[in-house]
Write a new protein. Structure first.
Lengths: 356, 356, 356, 356
């Protein structure tokens, strides 16, 4: 273990926290050493206080870690702290940690729109992390993971805008998995069996705003940096919940601002896309951040969500759109790329970029 | 039973045929007297040859009806014949029936785009049936039921275009129930459990074309009539299959051609809409063909599909669309309004209009 | 409405309360006039305070009823009060109501094992209600509805014991619907999608004890009566939760105490069974309390739960058991016969027996 | 690859065949070199002719293998051939292969009751394979994999009988995953959504007979061997299909023939059990063939089916049974231990025992 970086997890007993723990197992860069939760759980072994609901059991190396409260002192010595905190408490706690010089990668929504905090989908806008060179170095690094439904979309959009220039309009409808809602209480069985729920509170707003920041740029000066959202992309989102355990699917229509490439060019672009995650050899990076599936009925969540261990976005059904330019179906794993997995890949990018 | 019209069903052992039988039970206008199926079933009691898969059991008055082949002679005396035939055989058989002077209301797709055959969603374009006054009276009446995913959409669109003039653009994504695929084999359990399938063969084409005819007009001369599709409405559809038994949901964005009414006006319009089905007192007509649900998370298939016994379309979540004008969620019962139920309501309209 | 009895519902906003309200709609004997809930809801119109989750909408005649607290004064004049209260409060409240002379039919478990309170499945042991003639008439009538998983089982067992004498051993495993757990929070979507949960807290105990009382007898004296459980029937139950909305299925093996009838005799007995509900012409009584389905793969919850509007128990797959005598599969609708529906049918029996 | 044994798969395009292919990936002992399917597929690359429906994609090393017909000549040189053939053709084809000296491990039911063919669940009765020393060496080895619902049960029963002597009675009800039915057509979506099906054709017979052979013994002479089923164990099984993708759950009641150990002893026995698979260091052997889960609501298919990569049986809810001696809930992965995985582990045992 010598030489590994030390990692902590805040909100360790929640669904996102559990996924951070699971995905950190066997990670060659990070060694999980600290777990924070509410005062109710503090002082007890992790296995005793968590209601573990993952398909794999609690890693044995983690079961006996004594949970602490979410205070900076308990995480001293951590090179990076992953936050799976609920938004109701994440604001204050994360601020304390960063002020104490700790590096925070957060799944909470609180700071996503803050102009001094990068909002990063690691396979979409890894270069935004370069802005951190220009941060106030008296404080820790603070990076936000995007909303789960944003993550898959922006990887596809990034591939397209990088090649063909800005996209002016996006109309999309998502079919989102229930794991995105956590499990206490999460989505009720009576609400989702033989049913869909065409509404997820706050989700459409996130999906209409976050891609602009992720696909935007940043400015730097000697003392600071500032993220600058893309202004001219209009997104109209409808988000629904469907009876699927993992994997958010989106039906996406797009219009390019300046050009209309051919369908073959668009498909080739989606196939060819690569990101810094692979070129910088991040351990968790998938072979490809984006795959195009040619079968007419793909991607499907149960069959395709685990491509690239959940880090690869899959796209299919690309075709002409009679109202906008093109439409396609896009799938991403909401608890890997859409949450904890992105956090870990961001940490790996920070390490590769020598920022931690 | 004296005075009731005599009805027959073609394709009586299939899933649509079974629904025709179920919905005709207790109908005050029609008495079911003839059942047609393949030669394999002909000559045997209906209960012996059907693999009945409905939540209610086979009506006792129907169980002992001896099934015949689908030939006009066996349906002589029927005032109306409902066709649940598969498209692979519907073309030839329905043609024979109409040529023999029998009135056919068909759920098959074969004649839906024929300019001399009305394509009717009874609560959307009942007035198209008036064209039948001008038909060649040596032949029977022939009317097509729309595709199941079309039915709900066009009721909402009709309400809006009737009030605010043409709609120029529609972008929609459907989340369709598996009963729409029938049950032999239908959608496989392994395909739909913990999954969605973002593709339904041929469905998007139907959904992009059928509404134009239904929202179009017709011309007449002394000897004939012709249906004239709406030309200037562009529809972009993505159709998906979700793990829901009954009820097709659609996420719909629209743009008006000439005007942009206020959101309140649009909602009022959806609430106020009425159709000839109610004003002509069709027995199966719902109290309202369209309801607007104000709860933020509705309509939902399991909770709302049975409003108006499955004949009412429910709409909710009306809001501004940042790319088009407005967006909303729309739900209809695919095996009632979207199939057999529409057929029966069309027959009731034909009777009210003294066409049968 | 003149001449109808007045009914109230306690716990009116919960899932059982909602079902009482739904099933009382259109009932020819009872007129729903009073709704009780927690103090949080009291004083407001029912439609404003309930989170209605039924497939049919709130009856319009009920939507505007002002909810009261669950105190006897608010239910004065009610001929019968149905209790859908949670067990945590049912004990005290129901005691107050009965002491105040109000007649309570309760779905709560609190008094089910009380020797002076009949535990009644109306199509299984309606004759137990006759004991109420001998009650202390200074107090109201108090009857308990059985646990939902008990209801279906005992109808089948009653048919068999009535004909063939006592059953000495029962081994059963249930596959129970999630509606049995209510909906706040009820069974979580993450717990039940692509999953079964082989445990329902407290359920196996109920299932091993309640049938003994229901299949038992009662003694009377001039002043009182006493329910006497069957002593010699051993029941071993395993209860599981499955991804089904409504309908509890049970796989049941039985051994008779004194005899082994032929398989044909057992099947005939299950087919022939009738109860006082029909002979006394209770309005909600199903045509048959028990049906035997001969298809090899029935009963199935989605296809058979609604037989007799949910009041009929369906049995199938009767065959020899190599360990006990016979085995079969048994299905009942858990929110109708297994809960609110039984309550209403009990009230109808009480009226037919001139007890209310 | 030098030194690896050569393996083939019959029925390679079916659901069991696909699982053999998936599970052989990365196996350190076997190198997959031959794929057999129907003449329709023969001569074409595997990826072209299979409708692949697994969560992981087709291994690239397999995609281009040219499929052959299922004839012995095409499998010459294979050290072991795994058969995922349908029972309708397995009888004749497997006989030809064994006659040609090829070693067959079959998932088909055809030879399971044959007294000269071991029926082996590798973590339950690996010692039965020792009988093969005494086989007619002019022919290949022929071993059958058990039925999927048998596999989990017999591992638990073996642990108990090994320690406490014979079990005389077993009453069980299974809740089986739909993957057990394959996928063409498999279980229909309309049959299994919001439903359970309390019948699986032929399954109960298998479950009542196969455990007797697996828990039985064998006799040998110089020239041959004979499997001898356990005679005195009576099993009564009810098998049901539930909406679960993978993982068969069973509710099991047992009675010992000669003794009644304490509950603590039974639980300890289930915890302590080990098999030759681990002691002989088979590469696919799980750490433990059997685990006892102490949480009150486990095992659950979605959470526990992947323990030991699907090779570990999990047991929970051990408690006294008021009719027999004890009852418990047992879970096994039906497509791993219950099918293809067992086949591979049997092959590994054969190699460890120097039989191949």
């Amino acid at each position: 273990m010598a030489g590994k970086l030390k990692a902590g997890v805040l909100g360790a007993t929640g669904s996102v926290g559990q996924r951070f723990i699971l995905l950190l197992q066997g990670n060659p860069l990070f060694d999980l050493v600290a777990l924070g939760a509410s005062s109710r759980s503090a002082g007890k072994a992790y296995a005793k206080v968590t209601s573990w609901k993952q398909g794999s059991h609690i890693p044995t190396s983690v079961a006996d870690i004594v949970v602490t409260e979410c205070v900076p002192e308990a995480f001293k010595g951590c090179d990076v702290v992953f936050s799976g905190l609920d938004a109701s408490v994440a604001g204050e706690i994360e601020e304390q940690f960063v002020n104490a010089g700790l590096n925070i990668i957060s799944n909470a929504k609180n700071f996503r729109q803050h102009s001094h905090v990068p909002l990063c989908v690691p396979t979409a806008n890894p270069e935004h992390l370069d802005a951190l060179e220009f941060r106030d170095k008296s404080r820790g690094i603070h990076v936000c993971i995007s909303n789960c439904s944003t993550a898959g979309l922006v990887v596809a959009l990034k591939a397209l805008t990088e090649k063909f220039g800005p996209i002016s309009h996006v109309v999309l409808t998502t079919l989102q998995a229930i794991s995105g809602a956590g499990f206490s209480p999460g989505v009720g069985g009576m609400d989702i069996l033989d049913n869909i729920v065409p509404y997820i509170g706050g989700e459409e707003d996130k999906l209409e705003i976050e891609p602009r920041k992720i696909l935007g740029s940043f400015s730097t000066s000697s003392k600071e940096f500032q993220l600058i959202p893309e202004q001219d992309m209009k997104i109209s989102a409808t988000t629904t919940r469907v009876p699927v355990i993992d994997g958010h699917t989106a039906s996406v229509s797009i219009k390019f601002a300046n050009t209309k490439p051919s369908l073959a060019e668009v498909q080739q672009c989606l196939t060819d896309y690569s990101s810094q995650c692979e070129t910088l050899h991040c351990p968790s990076a998938p072979e490809k951040p984006l795959v195009y599936l040619e079968q007419p009925d793909r991607p499907q969540p149960r069959l395709d969500r685990d491509i690239g261990n959940g880090f690869t976005v899959s796209v299919g059904r690309l075709r002409e759109d009679s109202v906008l330019d093109y439409k396609f179906v896009c799938l991403s794993h909401n608890t890997v790329l859409g949450a904890a997995g992105s956090g870990i890949l961001i940490a790996e990018l920070l390490h590769a970029k020598k920022l931690i």
